[in-house]
Design a protein around this ligand. Sequence first.
Ligand SMILES: Cc1cc2nc3c(=O)[nH]c(=O)nc-3n(C[C@H](O)[C@H](O)[C@H](O)COP(=O)(O)OP(=O)(O)OC[C@H]3O[C@@H](n4cnc5c(N)ncnc54)[C@H](O)[C@@H]3O)c2cc1C
Length: 461
Amino acid sequence: MSTNLDVALVVELRAAGVANAYAAGDPEYQPALLGFNRDISHTPEIVAVPHTVAEVVTTVTFANRHNLPVRVLGKGHGAQAPITDGIAIATDQLAFVSVDAETRTARVGAGATWTDVLSAAAPRGLAALCGSAPHVGVVGYLLGGGIGPVGRTFGFAADHVRSISVVTADGGLVRADAEFNQDLFWALRGGKGGFGVVVEVEIDLFPLATIYGGALFYAGEDTPAVLRTFAEWSRDLPDEMTTSVAMLRLPPLPELPEPLRGRFVCAVRIGYVGAAEDAEALMTPIREVARPLIDGVGEMPYAEIGRVHADPVDPMRVMEGGILLDEFDTAAADALLTASGPTVEVPLAAVEVRRLGGALSRMPEPPNAVGGRDAAYSLHVVGAPVPELLHSLIPQVIGGLFAGMEPWATGGTQVNFFGRANMPGDKVTSWSPEVAARLLEVRRKHDPAGRFPYPLHGEAI
Ligand SMILES: Cc1cc2nc3c(=O)[nH]c(=O)nc-3n(C[C@H](O)[C@H](O)[C@H](O)COP(=O)(O)OP(=O)(O)OC[C@H]3O[C@@H](n4cnc5c(N)ncnc54)[C@H](O)[C@@H]3O)c2cc1C
């Protein structure tokens, strides 16, 4: 319900030049707030949908005048709490992609997805370092680091950002790069939120038309053997091989291949940058562990990288969480099987272990704020999208699973995999205490009044 005050504010913001600003009574208000995670409903006083950078500047200046908090909406994959006050800035209309094949770079506007970048880069034989789900927003992903299906070869996506343009709390448009505004450039690559509204990023592209990749799907009864083999096999891999294993409880959807429909399956995901023969030789232990239901690993166009994980694309209700691990040995595999293996009935859609390391563990030049570089594995758990369990049983089950994995945990999290099933106050563990302190310093310097709230210790947003 909009109040007279909200309506007056919207009228004033429109008059200031942001034509697409809406309060709760406007028919455009709800659709502008919708994101991937439909379990979260935002109710800010105003949602602004700027079409230009100048409109972003106007919106932030307006927020300063009225002392309103500002929060940024990308594609909603990382939404963690409802926005209940102030101004939400939806970035969809700022989206654009411009590829420069000569310098192998792309300029990408806020609101663009990796799918947009892949489509623009692929015809030039170039690849962009997206994550498992290309429909995720580019900016939100990069701000958190970005661990993708070829991450061990290239590192975090944030390691390959050349410049970032951001509207800061004083309403200024600032370019941060290796030379200018170095503190912001360091913080924005991995430090996630609370620094301003990123309007554009310039990223590296890579001459990579194909990879050897995809997924092997094993039957539920083969899961223990696959998980234990993965634990041993994944320990000593070359940087060319990026891999993960996931226990999936798949819904009975007609679009899924018949052997997977409505079943518990175990998927091993592969992203190999190099010769197919080398990848195949490397994969022998995994291929020999059992007969897969589907072997979908082979040479594939990089543009189809989303097939490796085949994450759900349609908006859904998400309750998720993640922790980082020092190690994933066969005892860790057994602990995971005890908590969520094929013989256990738990309302979990996906339990995924990604091998980190390789280039992900190396700090780029100039350094950035990406956390979790020293972890060997990440564990990410997504609850089943069952509305009546999402806020009761599912977070309890995920919490219990994390408790069972404590002997292997680093005690830290990775901010892109941090979710509502984590303890809210643990978000700060996405960075070392030194990096977290430096991020706070940068936030305080560029946003002394806290215009862009970014709770790290469980404070309300
Ligand atoms: C299906 C799925 C698969 C995923 N796979 C991976 C993966 O493989 N690797 C990985 O690293 N992560 C992965 N993620 C996590 C994802 O990268 C983050 O949730 C990311 O924040 C998503 O960006 P978004 O624009 O879609 O989300 P949003 O929820 O809209 O944005 C998340 C946060 O980012 C900030 N933000 C977004 N845009 C801006 C901007 N223009 N200016 C300032 N701040 C901004 C805001 O703080 C916002 O709250 C996945 C998530 C999902 C749901």
